[in-house]
Write a protein that binds this ligand. Structure first.
Ligand code: GTP
Ligand code: MG
Length: 203
């Protein structure tokens, strides 16, 4: 899919104030610093579109970006940044979870996990929560440029093995690097195929 336009629309703390729309949207979630905002910039080819930072906890709002004037990408705050303090973490958790549960336009949630790490309890619990609530999701392994291809494949296999303890059918997954633009075509094609399916259904 070609990205002909990508524009910031609005930031919110409340899913009820997100844009009124019949367009499908795709949101990015995961631990703070996993690379959500960087991935949005890589996919759209717009470097400063979503704000990124080497310090965790940069994104604190629900950010909508409209793509090609007919679908949305959504950058969400990360979870699990302990230094934030209990109150702030609870507040962010509420923002994230209410958006995920009640945002009707949400078509697929991409759960980002760091490809360098073994499966983290916080991510596995979050994925389990998605399953309990019937939220469609896919896994995105990030920062693939930081590993050798052998190690990368090993880590992906370990992750899928772990997920298969919980899931009869594994979710779709993508291996990415925002730094090296890995996984861009695969992710955009996946989104494009869902968008086309939805259009067919409309007719
Ligand atoms: P929060 O908004 O704080 O939740 O973080 P985030 O998940 O949006 O992460 P962000 O995109 O801000 O990236 C965090 C750090 O990881 C930045 O220093 C990025 O440059 C770096 N980073 C992100 N993606 C990649 C990648 O694919 N490869 C490498 N090497 N670094 C990356
Ligand atoms: Mg961010």
């Amino acid at each position: 899919m070609k990205i002909s336009s990508a524009e910031f629309v609005v930031s919110n703390t409340d899913f009820r104030k997100c844009p009124a729309t019949s367009f499908p949207e795709y949101a990015f979630i995961g631990r703070s610093n996993v690379g959500k905002s960087s991935l949005i910039n890589m996919l759209t080819g717009r470097k400063g579109l979503a704000m990124t930072s080497a310090t965790p906890g940069k994104t604190l709002l629900i950010n909508h970006f409209i793509i090609n004037n007919n679908w949305y990408l959504v950058d969400l705050p990360g979870y699990g940044y302990a230094k934030r303090g209990q109150k702030m973490q609870e507040r962010l958790q509420y923002i994230i979870r209410s958006y995920i549960l009640y945002r009707e336009a949400l078509t697929c949630l991409f759960v980002l996990v760091d490809s360098r790490l073994e499966p983290q309890r916080i991510d596995l619990d979050f994925i389990e929560w998605l399953g309990e609530n019937g939220i469609p999701f896919a896994i995105v392994f990030t920062k693939a440029d930081k590993l050798s291809s052998g190690k990368l494949q090993g880590n992906v296999d370990i992750y899928l093995e772990k997920l298969s303890e919980q899931w009869e059918e594994l979710p779709p997954y993508f291996v990415t690097s925002s730094e090296h633009k890995i996984g861009r075509e695969e992710l955009l094609n996946y989104i494009d195929s869902i968008n086309s399916e939805l259009k067919m259904k409309e007719k």
